[in-house]
Design a protein around this ligand. Sequence first.
Ligand code: AMP
Ligand code: GLY
Length: 411
Amino acid sequence: MKVLIIGNGGREHAIGWKIRQDNPEVELYFNNGNGGTAQIGTNLSLKTVEDLADFAEKEQIDLTFVGPEDWLMKGVVDTFQERKLSVFGPNKKAALLEGSKEFAKNFMLKYGVKTAKYKTFNNYTEANEYAKNQTYPLVVKADGLAAGKGVVICYDKFEAEKALDEMLNNKIFGEAGNHVVIEEFLEGFETSILSVFNGKDIYPFISAKDHKKIGEGETGLNTGGMGVVAPNPYFTEELEEAFRKDILEPTLKGLLAENLTFAGIIFFGLMITNTGVYLLEYNMRMGDPETQATLPLMQNNFLDVLHNALTGNEITLNWKNQHTVCVVLASGGYPLNYETDFPIKGLDQVTCPYFVAGAYLKDEQLYTSGGRVLNIVGIGDTQEKAREQAYDNITKIHFDYNYCRKDIGEL
Ligand code: AMP
Ligand code: GLY
Protein backbone atom coordinates (compact mmCIF):
# COMPACT_ATOMS: atom_id res chain seq x y z
CA MET A 1 0.00 0.00 0.00
CA LYS A 2 1.23 3.48 -0.91
CA VAL A 3 0.11 6.72 0.73
CA LEU A 4 0.94 10.24 -0.44
CA ILE A 5 0.79 13.03 2.16
CA ILE A 6 0.72 16.61 0.89
CA GLY A 7 2.42 19.15 3.16
CA ASN A 8 5.74 19.76 4.86
CA GLY A 9 5.23 20.44 8.58
CA GLY A 10 5.08 18.69 11.91
CA ARG A 11 1.44 17.89 11.18
CA GLU A 12 2.34 15.87 8.10
CA HIS A 13 5.20 14.12 9.91
CA ALA A 14 2.74 13.13 12.66
CA ILE A 15 0.17 11.84 10.14
CA GLY A 16 2.86 9.73 8.46
CA TRP A 17 4.19 8.50 11.81
CA LYS A 18 0.70 7.40 12.92
CA ILE A 19 -0.01 5.60 9.64
CA ARG A 20 3.35 3.80 9.83
CA GLN A 21 2.87 2.87 13.47
CA ASP A 22 -0.42 1.17 12.69
CA ASN A 23 0.69 -0.19 9.30
CA PRO A 24 4.48 -0.71 9.14
CA GLU A 25 4.28 -2.07 5.58
CA VAL A 26 2.87 1.14 4.09
CA GLU A 27 5.15 3.11 1.76
CA LEU A 28 4.90 6.84 2.40
CA TYR A 29 5.50 9.76 0.04
CA PHE A 30 5.48 13.41 1.11
CA ASN A 31 5.20 16.54 -1.00
CA ASN A 32 7.37 18.34 -0.06
CA GLY A 33 7.96 16.80 3.36
CA ASN A 34 10.91 17.76 5.58
CA GLY A 35 13.91 16.22 7.35
CA GLY A 36 11.65 14.15 9.58
CA THR A 37 9.43 12.75 6.86
CA ALA A 38 12.58 11.86 4.88
CA GLN A 39 13.32 9.34 7.64
CA ILE A 40 10.00 7.50 7.24
CA GLY A 41 9.26 7.95 3.55
CA THR A 42 10.24 9.60 0.29
CA ASN A 43 10.10 13.37 -0.13
CA LEU A 44 8.93 14.77 -3.46
CA SER A 45 9.11 18.25 -4.96
CA LEU A 46 6.04 18.41 -7.17
CA LYS A 47 4.79 21.89 -7.99
CA THR A 48 1.23 21.73 -9.32
CA VAL A 49 -2.02 19.88 -8.76
CA GLU A 50 -1.51 18.19 -12.14
CA ASP A 51 2.01 17.07 -11.16
CA LEU A 52 0.57 15.50 -8.02
CA ALA A 53 -2.20 13.70 -9.91
CA ASP A 54 0.26 12.47 -12.55
CA PHE A 55 2.51 11.12 -9.81
CA ALA A 56 -0.37 9.41 -7.98
CA GLU A 57 -1.54 7.79 -11.20
CA LYS A 58 1.88 6.63 -12.35
CA GLU A 59 2.99 5.32 -8.95
CA GLN A 60 -0.43 3.80 -8.22
CA ILE A 61 -0.83 5.66 -4.96
CA ASP A 62 -3.68 4.05 -3.00
CA LEU A 63 -4.58 7.13 -0.95
CA THR A 64 -3.61 10.80 -0.91
CA PHE A 65 -4.03 12.86 2.26
CA VAL A 66 -4.11 16.65 1.86
CA GLY A 67 -2.50 18.42 4.86
CA PRO A 68 -2.67 22.20 4.33
CA GLU A 69 -5.50 24.53 3.29
CA ASP A 70 -3.74 26.19 0.35
CA TRP A 71 -3.64 22.92 -1.61
CA LEU A 72 -7.34 22.38 -0.85
CA MET A 73 -8.15 25.82 -2.21
CA LYS A 74 -6.08 25.05 -5.32
CA GLY A 75 -8.56 22.25 -5.98
CA VAL A 76 -6.31 19.25 -5.50
CA VAL A 77 -9.28 17.13 -4.37
CA ASP A 78 -11.40 18.12 -7.36
CA THR A 79 -8.67 17.15 -9.81
CA PHE A 80 -7.93 13.85 -8.08
CA GLN A 81 -11.63 12.97 -8.05
CA GLU A 82 -12.01 13.81 -11.75
CA ARG A 83 -9.13 11.45 -12.42
CA LYS A 84 -10.64 8.73 -10.18
CA LEU A 85 -7.79 8.91 -7.68
CA SER A 86 -8.53 8.24 -4.01
CA VAL A 87 -8.09 11.43 -1.98
CA PHE A 88 -8.98 12.46 1.57
CA GLY A 89 -10.08 16.09 1.98
CA PRO A 90 -12.85 18.49 0.93
CA ASN A 91 -13.27 19.73 -2.61
CA LYS A 92 -12.73 23.39 -3.38
CA LYS A 93 -16.36 24.31 -2.73
CA ALA A 94 -16.39 22.79 0.77
CA ALA A 95 -12.87 24.10 1.48
CA LEU A 96 -14.36 27.59 1.16
CA LEU A 97 -15.65 27.12 4.70
CA GLU A 98 -12.05 27.86 5.63
CA GLY A 99 -11.00 29.78 2.52
CA SER A 100 -13.67 32.49 2.87
CA LYS A 101 -14.71 33.81 6.25
CA GLU A 102 -17.70 35.53 4.66
CA PHE A 103 -18.89 32.23 3.16
CA ALA A 104 -18.32 30.48 6.50
CA LYS A 105 -20.15 33.11 8.56
CA ASN A 106 -23.10 33.18 6.16
CA PHE A 107 -23.29 29.38 6.41
CA MET A 108 -23.21 29.56 10.23
CA LEU A 109 -25.96 32.17 10.28
CA LYS A 110 -28.14 30.27 7.81
CA TYR A 111 -27.97 27.03 9.78
CA GLY A 112 -27.99 28.43 13.31
CA VAL A 113 -24.42 27.57 14.25
CA LYS A 114 -23.69 29.66 17.35
CA THR A 115 -21.14 32.32 16.41
CA ALA A 116 -20.16 35.95 17.03
CA LYS A 117 -22.46 38.60 15.49
CA TYR A 118 -20.95 40.02 12.32
CA LYS A 119 -21.33 42.06 9.16
CA THR A 120 -19.37 41.84 5.91
CA PHE A 121 -18.09 44.68 3.72
CA ASN A 122 -16.16 45.29 0.53
CA ASN A 123 -16.27 49.10 0.71
CA TYR A 124 -13.88 50.96 3.02
CA THR A 125 -16.16 53.96 3.75
CA GLU A 126 -19.13 51.80 4.65
CA ALA A 127 -17.02 49.46 6.76
CA ASN A 128 -15.44 52.34 8.63
CA GLU A 129 -18.78 54.06 9.21
CA TYR A 130 -20.15 50.84 10.71
CA ALA A 131 -17.03 50.19 12.82
CA LYS A 132 -17.12 53.68 14.36
CA ASN A 133 -20.47 52.97 15.99
CA GLN A 134 -19.62 49.58 17.51
CA THR A 135 -18.52 48.67 20.99
CA TYR A 136 -14.86 47.74 21.49
CA PRO A 137 -12.87 45.54 21.34
CA LEU A 138 -13.98 44.69 17.80
CA VAL A 139 -12.59 42.04 15.47
CA VAL A 140 -11.67 42.80 11.85
CA LYS A 141 -10.96 39.81 9.59
CA ALA A 142 -9.75 39.53 6.02
CA ASP A 143 -12.13 37.23 4.17
CA GLY A 144 -9.58 34.96 2.48
CA LEU A 145 -6.54 32.90 3.47
CA ALA A 146 -3.88 35.14 4.98
CA ALA A 147 -1.51 32.58 6.51
CA GLY A 148 -3.05 33.04 9.95
CA LYS A 149 -2.41 36.81 9.97
CA GLY A 150 -5.75 38.12 8.72
CA VAL A 151 -7.44 38.67 12.10
CA VAL A 152 -6.99 41.98 13.95
CA ILE A 153 -8.42 42.62 17.40
CA CYS A 154 -9.06 46.36 17.58
CA TYR A 155 -9.33 48.18 20.90
CA ASP A 156 -10.69 51.47 19.57
CA LYS A 157 -12.11 53.00 16.38
CA PHE A 158 -8.68 54.23 15.27
CA GLU A 159 -7.26 50.73 15.28
CA ALA A 160 -10.29 49.52 13.35
CA GLU A 161 -9.87 52.31 10.82
CA LYS A 162 -6.22 51.36 10.35
CA ALA A 163 -7.00 47.65 9.92
CA LEU A 164 -9.78 48.37 7.42
CA ASP A 165 -7.58 50.81 5.51
CA GLU A 166 -4.77 48.24 5.29
CA MET A 167 -7.05 45.44 4.15
CA LEU A 168 -9.53 47.21 1.85
CA ASN A 169 -7.42 50.07 0.49
CA ASN A 170 -3.79 49.02 0.74
CA LYS A 171 -4.52 45.33 0.09
CA ILE A 172 -1.87 44.09 2.48
CA PHE A 173 -3.39 40.62 2.17
CA GLY A 174 -3.97 40.96 -1.58
CA GLU A 175 -7.26 39.52 -2.80
CA ALA A 176 -7.84 37.87 0.58
CA GLY A 177 -8.74 41.35 1.82
CA ASN A 178 -11.20 42.32 -0.93
CA HIS A 179 -13.92 41.53 1.58
CA VAL A 180 -13.74 41.88 5.34
CA VAL A 181 -15.78 40.52 8.21
CA ILE A 182 -16.30 42.80 11.20
CA GLU A 183 -17.41 40.87 14.23
CA GLU A 184 -18.18 41.09 17.89
CA PHE A 185 -15.30 40.30 20.26
CA LEU A 186 -15.88 37.19 22.36
CA GLU A 187 -14.24 36.94 25.75
CA GLY A 188 -13.38 33.45 26.96
CA PHE A 189 -11.03 30.53 26.38
CA GLU A 190 -10.39 28.66 23.15
CA THR A 191 -10.71 24.97 22.40
CA SER A 192 -9.79 23.11 19.22
CA ILE A 193 -11.90 20.15 18.14
CA LEU A 194 -10.77 18.18 15.11
CA SER A 195 -13.26 15.75 13.58
CA VAL A 196 -13.65 13.33 10.70
CA PHE A 197 -16.52 13.69 8.24
CA ASN A 198 -17.60 10.65 6.21
CA GLY A 199 -20.14 12.59 4.16
CA LYS A 200 -22.97 11.52 6.48
CA ASP A 201 -21.88 12.17 10.03
CA ILE A 202 -19.19 14.09 11.92
CA TYR A 203 -17.00 12.20 14.42
CA PRO A 204 -15.13 14.48 16.84
CA PHE A 205 -11.65 13.84 18.20
CA ILE A 206 -10.72 14.45 21.80
CA SER A 207 -10.42 18.17 22.53
CA ALA A 208 -7.18 20.14 22.45
CA LYS A 209 -5.85 23.43 23.75
CA ASP A 210 -3.53 25.46 21.54
CA HIS A 211 -1.08 28.11 22.81
CA LYS A 212 -0.78 30.76 20.13
CA LYS A 213 1.42 33.42 21.70
CA ILE A 214 5.22 33.36 21.75
CA GLY A 215 5.52 34.17 25.47
CA GLU A 216 4.56 32.44 28.69
CA GLY A 217 1.11 33.28 30.04
CA GLU A 218 -0.15 34.04 26.49
CA THR A 219 1.90 37.19 26.04
CA GLY A 220 3.75 38.69 23.10
CA LEU A 221 3.33 38.10 19.39
CA ASN A 222 1.05 35.59 17.70
CA THR A 223 2.67 32.47 16.25
CA GLY A 224 1.57 29.40 14.32
CA GLY A 225 1.22 27.67 17.72
CA MET A 226 3.80 27.08 20.47
CA GLY A 227 2.25 24.02 22.06
CA VAL A 228 -0.89 21.97 22.57
CA VAL A 229 -2.34 19.87 25.34
CA ALA A 230 -4.90 17.13 24.77
CA PRO A 231 -7.49 16.64 26.05
CA ASN A 232 -8.23 20.28 26.87
CA PRO A 233 -8.54 20.21 30.69
CA TYR A 234 -11.15 22.99 30.68
CA PHE A 235 -13.45 21.40 28.11
CA THR A 236 -15.96 19.65 30.38
CA GLU A 237 -18.61 17.12 29.39
CA GLU A 238 -21.21 19.83 29.75
CA LEU A 239 -19.37 22.02 27.24
CA GLU A 240 -19.02 19.04 24.92
CA GLU A 241 -22.79 18.60 25.05
CA ALA A 242 -23.26 22.28 24.18
CA PHE A 243 -20.73 21.94 21.33
CA ARG A 244 -22.71 19.04 19.86
CA LYS A 245 -26.04 20.80 20.10
CA ASP A 246 -25.05 24.36 19.15
CA ILE A 247 -22.21 23.75 16.69
CA LEU A 248 -21.78 20.19 15.43
CA GLU A 249 -25.41 19.29 14.73
CA PRO A 250 -26.35 22.51 12.89
CA THR A 251 -23.08 22.26 10.92
CA LEU A 252 -23.93 18.74 9.83
CA LYS A 253 -27.43 19.79 8.85
CA GLY A 254 -26.01 22.62 6.74
CA LEU A 255 -23.38 20.48 5.06
CA LEU A 256 -26.00 17.93 4.02
CA ALA A 257 -28.54 20.56 2.92
CA GLU A 258 -25.95 22.44 0.83
CA ASN A 259 -24.49 19.23 -0.57
CA LEU A 260 -21.09 20.09 0.84
CA THR A 261 -20.27 16.45 1.52
CA PHE A 262 -16.82 14.90 1.42
CA ALA A 263 -14.46 12.57 3.24
CA GLY A 264 -12.14 14.76 5.22
CA ILE A 265 -11.44 16.75 8.34
CA ILE A 266 -13.44 19.54 9.94
CA PHE A 267 -11.59 21.46 12.64
CA PHE A 268 -13.82 23.57 14.87
CA GLY A 269 -12.08 26.57 16.44
CA LEU A 270 -14.23 27.29 19.51
CA MET A 271 -14.47 30.14 21.99
CA ILE A 272 -16.08 29.25 25.32
CA THR A 273 -17.65 32.28 27.00
CA ASN A 274 -19.98 32.56 29.96
CA THR A 275 -22.89 32.44 27.52
CA GLY A 276 -21.88 29.17 25.93
CA VAL A 277 -19.81 27.60 23.16
CA TYR A 278 -19.25 29.73 20.04
CA LEU A 279 -17.66 28.80 16.73
CA LEU A 280 -14.89 31.21 15.72
CA GLU A 281 -13.94 29.39 12.55
CA TYR A 282 -13.91 26.18 10.55
CA ASN A 283 -10.64 24.82 9.28
CA MET A 284 -11.04 22.10 6.69
CA ARG A 285 -7.81 20.32 7.57
CA MET A 286 -6.06 19.05 10.65
CA GLY A 287 -4.60 21.62 13.06
CA ASP A 288 -0.91 22.18 13.50
CA PRO A 289 0.16 21.39 16.24
CA GLU A 290 -3.21 19.90 17.38
CA THR A 291 -2.53 16.87 15.16
CA GLN A 292 0.78 16.17 16.87
CA ALA A 293 -0.96 16.13 20.28
CA THR A 294 -4.10 14.15 19.36
CA LEU A 295 -2.96 11.41 16.95
CA PRO A 296 -0.62 9.81 19.53
CA LEU A 297 -3.72 9.25 21.71
CA MET A 298 -5.83 7.66 18.97
CA GLN A 299 -6.33 3.92 19.40
CA ASN A 300 -7.83 3.30 15.98
CA ASN A 301 -5.78 2.33 12.99
CA PHE A 302 -5.80 5.73 11.27
CA LEU A 303 -5.92 4.14 7.82
CA ASP A 304 -9.15 2.35 8.81
CA VAL A 305 -10.60 5.69 9.87
CA LEU A 306 -9.66 7.26 6.52
CA HIS A 307 -10.98 4.26 4.62
CA ASN A 308 -14.31 4.34 6.47
CA ALA A 309 -14.63 8.06 5.83
CA LEU A 310 -14.02 7.52 2.12
CA THR A 311 -16.56 4.71 1.87
CA GLY A 312 -19.16 6.49 4.01
CA ASN A 313 -19.05 3.84 6.72
CA GLU A 314 -19.71 4.47 10.36
CA ILE A 315 -16.68 5.40 12.46
CA THR A 316 -16.07 4.81 16.15
CA LEU A 317 -13.06 6.73 17.39
CA ASN A 318 -11.31 5.33 20.47
CA TRP A 319 -8.87 7.28 22.59
CA LYS A 320 -6.26 6.24 25.11
CA ASN A 321 -7.16 7.30 28.61
CA GLN A 322 -4.02 9.43 28.70
CA HIS A 323 -2.82 12.99 28.16
CA THR A 324 -0.34 14.60 25.80
CA VAL A 325 1.64 17.80 26.12
CA CYS A 326 3.20 18.90 22.84
CA VAL A 327 5.88 21.57 23.18
CA VAL A 328 7.20 23.41 20.15
CA LEU A 329 10.95 23.95 20.08
CA ALA A 330 11.52 27.03 17.95
CA SER A 331 14.36 29.11 16.54
CA GLY A 332 15.23 32.05 18.80
CA GLY A 333 13.73 35.23 17.32
CA TYR A 334 10.66 33.52 15.85
CA PRO A 335 8.02 34.77 14.89
CA LEU A 336 10.23 37.66 13.73
CA ASN A 337 13.73 37.14 12.31
CA TYR A 338 15.72 34.05 13.15
CA GLU A 339 18.75 32.18 11.86
CA THR A 340 18.70 28.68 10.39
CA ASP A 341 21.05 25.83 9.38
CA PHE A 342 22.07 24.86 12.90
CA PRO A 343 22.67 21.12 13.50
CA ILE A 344 20.20 19.48 15.90
CA LYS A 345 21.84 17.13 18.43
CA GLY A 346 20.58 14.67 21.02
CA LEU A 347 17.44 13.37 19.31
CA ASP A 348 18.73 9.80 19.69
CA GLN A 349 18.26 10.20 23.47
CA VAL A 350 14.61 11.26 23.22
CA THR A 351 12.17 8.76 24.75
CA CYS A 352 8.83 10.22 23.60
CA PRO A 353 7.37 10.88 20.14
CA TYR A 354 8.74 13.95 18.38
CA PHE A 355 7.97 15.45 15.02
CA VAL A 356 9.98 17.64 12.70
CA ALA A 357 8.32 20.91 11.74
CA GLY A 358 11.17 22.93 10.22
CA ALA A 359 14.41 21.02 9.63
CA TYR A 360 16.14 19.31 6.72
CA LEU A 361 18.26 16.19 6.57
CA LYS A 362 21.77 16.28 5.14
CA ASP A 363 24.14 13.31 5.48
CA GLU A 364 21.92 11.78 8.19
CA GLN A 365 22.06 14.99 10.23
CA LEU A 366 19.08 17.30 10.86
CA TYR A 367 19.60 21.06 10.47
CA THR A 368 17.11 23.78 11.41
CA SER A 369 15.26 25.45 8.53
CA GLY A 370 12.18 27.09 10.03
CA GLY A 371 10.80 29.15 12.88
CA ARG A 372 9.11 26.20 14.48
CA VAL A 373 11.65 23.38 14.39
CA LEU A 374 10.48 20.40 16.48
CA ASN A 375 7.35 19.22 18.30
CA ILE A 376 8.12 17.15 21.40
CA VAL A 377 5.10 15.16 22.59
CA GLY A 378 5.08 13.93 26.20
CA ILE A 379 2.48 11.26 26.99
CA GLY A 380 1.33 10.32 30.49
CA ASP A 381 -1.51 9.12 32.67
CA THR A 382 -1.92 12.68 33.88
CA GLN A 383 -1.26 16.00 32.18
CA GLU A 384 1.45 16.66 34.75
CA LYS A 385 3.29 13.44 33.82
CA ALA A 386 2.95 14.22 30.13
CA ARG A 387 4.34 17.68 30.75
CA GLU A 388 7.30 16.30 32.71
CA GLN A 389 8.12 13.87 29.94
CA ALA A 390 8.04 16.57 27.26
CA TYR A 391 10.26 19.00 29.18
CA ASP A 392 12.68 16.27 30.40
CA ASN A 393 13.22 15.23 26.81
CA ILE A 394 13.70 18.81 25.66
CA THR A 395 16.73 19.11 27.96
CA LYS A 396 18.40 16.41 25.84
CA ILE A 397 17.97 18.29 22.55
CA HIS A 398 20.43 20.95 21.44
CA PHE A 399 20.64 23.47 18.67
CA ASP A 400 21.87 27.05 18.75
CA TYR A 401 19.46 29.72 19.96
CA ASN A 402 16.58 27.32 20.54
CA TYR A 403 13.52 28.60 22.37
CA CYS A 404 10.39 27.08 23.85
CA ARG A 405 7.65 28.25 26.17
CA LYS A 406 8.12 26.80 29.65
CA ASP A 407 4.44 26.83 30.62
CA ILE A 408 2.78 24.47 28.16
CA GLY A 409 0.54 22.08 30.10
CA GLU A 410 0.86 23.94 33.39
CA LEU A 411 -2.36 23.59 35.32
P1 AMP B 1 -9.72 32.87 13.33
O1 AMP B 1 -8.77 32.74 12.19
O2 AMP B 1 -11.06 33.39 12.95
O3 AMP B 1 -9.79 31.70 14.26
O4 AMP B 1 -9.01 33.92 14.30
C1 AMP B 1 -7.71 33.73 14.81
C2 AMP B 1 -7.70 34.02 16.28
O5 AMP B 1 -8.22 35.33 16.55
C3 AMP B 1 -8.59 33.08 17.08
O6 AMP B 1 -7.94 31.89 17.38
C4 AMP B 1 -8.88 33.94 18.30
O7 AMP B 1 -7.80 33.90 19.19
C5 AMP B 1 -8.98 35.33 17.73
N1 AMP B 1 -10.38 35.66 17.40
C6 AMP B 1 -11.00 35.48 16.23
N2 AMP B 1 -12.28 35.90 16.28
C7 AMP B 1 -12.49 36.36 17.52
C8 AMP B 1 -13.62 36.92 18.21
N3 AMP B 1 -14.78 37.10 17.59
N4 AMP B 1 -13.45 37.26 19.49
C9 AMP B 1 -12.28 37.10 20.12
N5 AMP B 1 -11.18 36.58 19.54
C10 AMP B 1 -11.27 36.20 18.25
N1 GLY C 1 -3.29 25.45 15.43
C1 GLY C 1 -4.23 26.16 14.70
C2 GLY C 1 -4.30 25.84 13.28
O1 GLY C 1 -3.80 24.82 12.82
O2 GLY C 1 -4.91 26.59 12.53
